[in-house]
Design a protein around this ligand. Structure first.
Ligand code: SF4
Length: 408
């Protein structure tokens, strides 16, 4: 019988499972009682929270779990009935729906459900939805909901912007100390930032391995292995994990092993993953001998401006410099650099219906970039979690036609 086509396995995955299990147990396991829990947005001030002794929980990560497990579509209507529109972030609607329904992937893992927050901390650098999302739980549990309001569509990240974001981050210390019941230890804060920075450097090195031909990992692998960079940055566990994964990738390079056997074409993925269809898409690209070698999404957890010697300003710079927070001119330059680094043949834009913040195909960017670089593009309509917005058949046909175009 012919072997089924699918993504190649990594030995490091077993290590990742161990550290993720430990993380979930600290949040929801038997020993979690008495731990202070802070909810944090994915590009929020995690380092400050860890330094204050909080266990940090990221609802967006849970949103992605709801998407991957395809449970999201059943949860979203419950949030809609509470007045959260089907047009807004489907992480938000699937997470709130899961809370209202009392069901979700954590149940299947043996936990009662996501932990209850002692404090909720957001940064609007990515979108306004995160604030509305966290305020729901703030009202529900009557706990403080505090955050940073970062300007968006930023051109130059200048001194005035850093100043305002840095001051807002510093102003969080007092309410967070009150919620944590302890004072911020600056030495510990610097240590956490140094760990976060070390994680960033390793994660960047992991992603850069895909610049090789053939690429030893794909975007689809990246969406799985980014877990520790997202939820455990600022901890030794994340650093340890990438110190295991990176040598495995380097060995693949030395052995000439690619994520896609017989790699013929290389493309860039712009926009959110379609969590419920990652496996199907990965298989389709393998069959088409096309490696999705780089993405905006996986690279969004690289924070090179973190600076242990300058914690607040460094965090302000790192969390304002992110792609989603920048203007189109900056984004286009960024993607052009990525084209060169990863030597791509074309680009796929995922137009996610409920996340215009992370979709970049509606204001003529694909056409402008094609004109400047000569690289063809395809736009796939879909969503991160709401599969009612995604036509698998149509996407498969469009992707096939796109790869056919690359071959010409
Ligand atoms: S950036 Fe998009 S997917 Fe992420 S929280 Fe905001 S609206 Fe949701």
């Amino acid at each position: 019988m012919a072997e089924a086509v699918g993504p190649k396995k990594f030995a490091a995955t077993a290590v990742m499972k161990e550290i993720m299990d430990r993380y979930f147990n600290r949040l929801m396991g038997p020993g979690a009682e008495g731990n202070n829990i802070a909810y944090c947005t994915s590009v929020g001030p995690a380092e400050l929270l860890i330094a204050l002794g909080f266990e940090v929980y990221y609802p967006e990560n849970y949103g992605a779990m709801l998407g991957s497990s395809r449970m999201a579509t059943d949860m979203i209507p419950l949030a809609n009935a509470r007045g959260y529109s089907p047009d807004i972030c489907s992480y938000l609607t699937s997470d709130i729906g899961s809370y209202l329904k009392g069901e979700g992937p954590f149940r299947k893992m043996g936990f009662a459900g996501p932990p209850k927050a002692d404090v909720l901390v957001y940064n609007t650098n990515q979108c306004r939805d995160v604030k509305d999302w966290f305020e729901f739980y703030g009202r529900e549990w009557e706990v403080p909901c505090v955050g940073i309001h970062t300007p968006r569509a930023v051109g130059d990240v200048d001194g005035a912007i850093i100043d305002t974001v840095s001051r807002q981050t510093e102003a969080l210390v007092k309410p967070l100390e009150a919620a944590a019941g302890r004072r911020l230890d600056m030495d510990r804060f610097k240590e956490v930032i140094a760990l976060s920075r070390a994680c960033t450097e390793l994660w960047k090195a992991v992603l850069l391995t895909a610049a090789n031909h053939p690429a030893p990992l794909s975007f689809f692998d990246g969406t799985i292995h980014m877990g520790p960079a997202v939820v455990l940055r600022g901890t030794q566990d994340a650093v340890d994990y990438y110190n295991v994964l990176l040598p495995e990738l380097r060995k693949r390079i030395a052995d000439g092993v690619g994520a896609v056997d017989g790699e013929k074409y290389r493309i860039y993925w712009e926009g959110m993953p379609i969590w419920g269809k990652l496996k199907n898409l990965a298989v389709q690209f393998i069959e088409l001998k096309t490696a999705v070698v780089a993405s905006t999404y996986c690279n969004s957890w690289i924070f090179e401006d973190l600076d242990p010697d300058n914690p607040f300003d460094g965090m302000a710079r790192a969390y304002t410099n992110i792609f989603i927070c920048r203007d189109d001119r900056w984004k286009e330059e960024y993607i052009r650099r990525m084209f060169r680094t990863f030597n791509v043949d074309g680009i796929l834009y995922h137009n996610a219906k409920t996340c215009p913040n992370n979709s970049n195909s509606s204001y003529s960017m694909p056409q402008r970039l094609q004109e400047k670089t000569g690289k063809p593009f395809v736009i796939i309509d879909g969503d991160l979690n709401d599969l009612r917005c995604y036509s698998e058949e149509q996407s498969r046909t469009n992707i096939e036609a796109f790869v056919e175009q690359l071959s010409q």
